[in-house]
Design a binder for this molecule. Sequence first.
Ligand code: ADP
Ligand code: MG
Length: 486
Amino acid sequence: MSKHSPWGPVAPEPRSCSLTEVMSEQLATQLEEENKAPPPLTGYDLMLAKMLQMQFDREFDDQLLREEKKFNGDSKVSISFENYRMVHPYEDSDSSEDEVDWQDTRHDPYRAEKPQTTPRKGFTGKGKNITTKHDAVTCGRKNTARMDNFAPEVHVGDGMGMDLKLSNQVFNSLKQHCNSEQRRSARLHEKKEHSTAEQAVDPRTRLLMYKMVNAGVLENINGCISTGKESVVFHANGGSLEEQPVPDEVVLKVFKTTLNEFKNRDRYIKDDYRFIDRFSKLNPRKVIRLWAEKEMHNLTRMRKAEIPCPEVVLLKKHILVMSFIGKDHVPAPKLKDVLLGSEDMKTAFYQVLHVMQQLYQECNLVHADLSEYNMLWHEGKVWLIDVSQSVEPTHPHALEFLFRDCRNVSTFFQKRGVSEAMSVYELFNLVSGLNIPVGEEEEAEFMAEIEALEKRNEDHVQRRGKKTFPASCEDVGPPLQPDSDD
Ligand code: ADP
Ligand code: MG
């Protein structure tokens, strides 16, 4: 026979390998598998694992106890299996009934299939078949049922359906875990709450705000735009109101209801003879509502005259919802903060002049807190906001307020280099249509004239009698607190 196979070259024989080699390879793989630690358990998985382990240990101990009894029998000398127990007796605090009784499910009307529970006397049955409340099965079922009373975020599963019997110890440690989890989550939640602007208002107000979201008027409330002395302003997304869509972006102006603010305002209202009757009858919270109501009325008047200003959406107690001046959550800048070219500044000035004239002549209003803080620059226009304190020209101090407004406007535009910005006197005359002469002594004379006009107006009002004044919230005096940067 030739050394060469006639059917071609023969494939080399596989290298032979000893049994020990195969064994060691298998062993290596096996070891590797074993070394691959399972992912660590966390949260409820861990809790469940611990729970099962404890249950297992308990069963083991029960078995041990039975063995011990059997081993010792009636012997006078007994051997203790104590050291072999998984759960040491002092850990097994059966005396923790108090804790277990933390919430009883016995009176739960929603429980379809109640587990058999032990009545108050502590045992059931008769003679030999007595079951005490310490019976492991009864107690275990009871504990399983109690798990339903854990916080809703704890997923307890269908322990009842599985006829799971939880020992007191397992139950207690589960409950402890849940309690500490709840505390932790409450802490986290609290932190979150503090970080949101809603904290800037009282719980009553927050409830009102949530109700608006619940009713669908608002989609959601996003955050705080401003916290001032008298109000907190929030940005929100509109939903719909009586099937009418609410603007996509709105603001909630929440008038502050604290006693301090109320007192500040009180000083300026109580001297107004027209409101003594009505005002004294109102409690502080209701007075604050007047301010919100007043802002609403004033804005409505202004919208009618087509003055650029927010559109009222809804008034709910001391919360006024109105359209948002700005875009994509960014509020329009105040005139004091916006950097405008000289042309835009000039345009802005003429717009303000025009708006002041409209306000006085068409809306029969004096802003009474007009300044670069309460004018926003949006889409190339000046928008007026913050009109809760605006009054009618018949208010005893309306002309003084108008003069103050004019001074703010005139000073601001002059400082910004608008040469067309006239003096406060000229502006006052242009807006009011009154032609008070500007003499040598300037301000003193001018103010004297203004006060004389106010006095004449007041006398006229008194002659008509105060009853003729509709004591509507529209006539409530202003708080006289000019805005500031703080
Ligand atoms: P306050 O009486 O606290 O000054 P404002 O009405 O002036 O109340 O509002 C405070 C701030 O909130 C304003 O300076 C402005 O920046 C912002 N703001 C108020 N209303 C609106 C609105 N409709 N759109 C955009 N921003 C607004
Ligand atoms: Mg303001």
